[in-house]
Design a protein around this ligand. Sequence first.
Ligand code: NAI
Length: 249
Amino acid sequence: MNTLQNKVAIVTGGASGIGRATARLFAAEGAAVVIADLADAADVVREIEADGGRAVAVQADVSSEADCERIVRTAVETYGGLHVLFNNAGIIRRKTALEIPVDEWDLVMAVNVRSVYLMCRFAVPAMTEGGSIVNTGSGWGLKGGGNALSYCASKAAVVNMTRALAIDHAAAGIRVNSVNPGDTMTPMLRDEARQLAEDWAVFEKDAADRPMGRAGSPEEIAAAVLFLAGDASSFVTGSTLVVDGGGLA
Ligand code: NAI
């Protein structure tokens, strides 16, 4: 239980779902964790502290330059450095080109794409001992999906930004990889059913339509993120790790 001993990690979108599970796993593996989210993550911090771990919550909008700077500054000032960045905060709008208004398109791109650029801009100089950056892509960053044009665009951007970042920062000892989940049981999935006005039971059944016959759990995605974050993946950079029960296969 010491994969991330003496490491400092930032998890964006850590108040819920995949980010929450990853923040808890990182802390259990010894990291001091900065949990950044638009929502209040105080309860996640309490859970981590109750388990004997270290964490601090930063309420922040990852599409804001000033907030991204503040998230990184919090890591450095609170814990003395930065080693791991999990760019995970994201939103989805289940709309076609004919349905999505321009302001919603811009919001999806700002939260899902601009955030990765902004967080890296501040985090890379703070990773003075090298580090690992993991970006959350999606199966829909690697193939198309219906009624989700802006999301598909944003996640394809995350996948290829990951490769570009890996090339640019390898010399600084920083690895950059993407984790690409298939349908995972988080509040986002329920929100998608709501957006499409679909019955949850039907939506849940569709989410299980993959070789392994079920959707993933946030903890299963977190386990893959831990692999990419820690030294077990020391020669892995620019890669696209799919975690989807065989869905893309
Ligand atoms: P979630 O909705 O449970 O968690 C997302 C978190 O991001 C929330 O806590 C939310 O407050 C936060 N967030 C949203 N906008 C933000 C902003 N502007 N600034 C800071 N925080 C913000 O969703 P989930 O499922 O855990 O999603 C995490 C990531 O995984 C997202 O990037 C999502 O696109 C991706 N993903 C999820 C899949 C799924 O089936 N749940 C499948 C593939 C990818």
